[in-house]
Design a protein around this ligand. Structure first.
Ligand SMILES: Cc1cc2nc3c(=O)[nH]c(=O)nc-3n(C[C@H](O)[C@H](O)[C@H](O)COP(=O)(O)OP(=O)(O)OC[C@H]3O[C@@H](n4cnc5c(N)ncnc54)[C@H](O)[C@@H]3O)c2cc1C
Length: 318
């Protein structure tokens, strides 16, 4: 079977969840081959995880040039790899970086590109969910190979343990790809909570939470459940919580095992970012709120009464 190239998203020596999702998808399409691009020493710590999720090969592209410049060198190296391996498909994460690399790669290869894909069948037909989840579109790249970016949290990663063979890439980056250099990196201070898009529990607050101060209640419940905190756009626009935690069409897409919506009405744009969550719990004082159409468990009540009681019960059971 032909290889399916999966461009690995990683950070701090760890494989990001979207990569595991892509490897799971790649297994349906051919032989998964993970492509690691980064500075010297990037690939080794990722090898075991990539093997665990079915990568038959790890292409290790390591060079200061890949780490020291923005995405152009990565697109150059990938273009060379695609030309030399003629894969069945190329999958990248639908993240800021993944999409930028994919766009550049498509131009270099004179190839079509589909972004924000949530599924790809072996015949190259991709599924996209658009208009805030109300329309499903099936499309196919008509020029070149299926080159797609996969939306994080669109499928459940499943392990398929093996041992990936390592193949070292010859990284030569010409000057035309070195036009934007990284001059400084500051890693954002990470709290004890899991990353929003990777968390298995997300507790989100909406306008009904009422103020930034009241968001402590949302944080408290999230911490008791070992989860991440999210927010609706009304909450972030009102300054209750930072914008990077916004869930929805114009925010992050999450797909946790448990999503708790506190004081969120359930507008279609919010649902677009959380409707694939496994279990949805909603607390809203309005019994007619649309979030209840989606919720597995709904509590009609005042969140300021319900959440402290829930927190108390959880504490007792810990
Ligand atoms: C182009 C576009 C993109 C958008 N993108 C996003 C997006 O990415 N994410 C997003 O979230 N929205 C997005 N929106 C906005 C979206 O349409 C809604 O306005 C928003 O989701 C509403 O947020 P909310 O549910 O917190 O507020 P509201 O709709 O005002 O709902 C607040 C809810 O809290 C309940 N409530 C109030 N007090 C209490 C209490 N004490 N206890 C319990 N319940 C209480 C109310 O009954 C109500 O249902 C977008 C809109 C547009 C036009």
């Amino acid at each position: 079977m032909a290889e399916v190239l999966v461009v690995v998203e990683h950070s701090g020596g760890e494989v990001k969840k979207v990569t595991l999702e892509m490897l799971t998808l790649a297994r349906e399409l051919g032989t998964p081959a993970a492509v690691v691009l980064g500075g010297p020493g990037t690939a080794a710590p990722l090898h075991d995880k990539l093997s665990e999720y079915g990568a038959a090969k790890v292409y290790a592209g390591e060079s200061d040039d890949l780490d020291g410049y923005l995405v152009a060198p990565k697109a150059s190296v990938l273009a060379e790899l695609v030309r030399s391996t003629s894969p069945a498909a190329v999958l990248l994460g639908s993240t800021q970086e993944g999409k930028e690399i994919a766009g550049r790669l498509a131009v270099k290869l004179d190839n079509g590109l589909l972004t924000d894909v949530v599924g790809l069948s072996p015949d190259g037909v991709a599924t996209q969910v658009v208009f805030a989840g109300s329309t499903i579109v099936k499309s196919r790249v008509t020029r070149g190979l299926p080159l797609v970016t996969v939306r994080p949290n669109s499928l459940t990663p499943a392990p398929a343990p093996g041992t990936a063979e390592v193949s070292t890439l010859d990284v030569t980056v010409d000057e035309s790809a070195k036009l934007a250099r990284v001059v400084d990196r500051k890693v954002e201070a990470k709290g004890a909570r899991p990353e929003l898009t990777e968390a298995s529990v997300v507790v989100s607050g909406g306008r009904g939470v009422g103020s930034a101060d009241n968001f402590k209640l949302v944080e408290e419940l999230a911490d008791l459940l070992g989860g991440a905190v999210g927010a609706s756009r009304a909450a972030t626009d009102s300054g209750f919580y930072p914008h990077q935690f916004q869930v929805g069409q114009t925010g992050k897409t999450v797909s946790p095992q448990l999503y708790v919506a506190l004081g969120i009405s359930g507008a279609i744009q919010h649902r677009a970012g959380m409707q694939t969550s496994k279990t949805i719990v909603a607390v809203n004082k309005d019994a007619e709120a649309p979030i209840f159409e989606l919720a597995d468990f709904g509590v009609v009540g005042d969140l300021f009464k319900v959440v402290p009681q829930a927190a108390e019960e959880i504490r007792k059971r810990k």
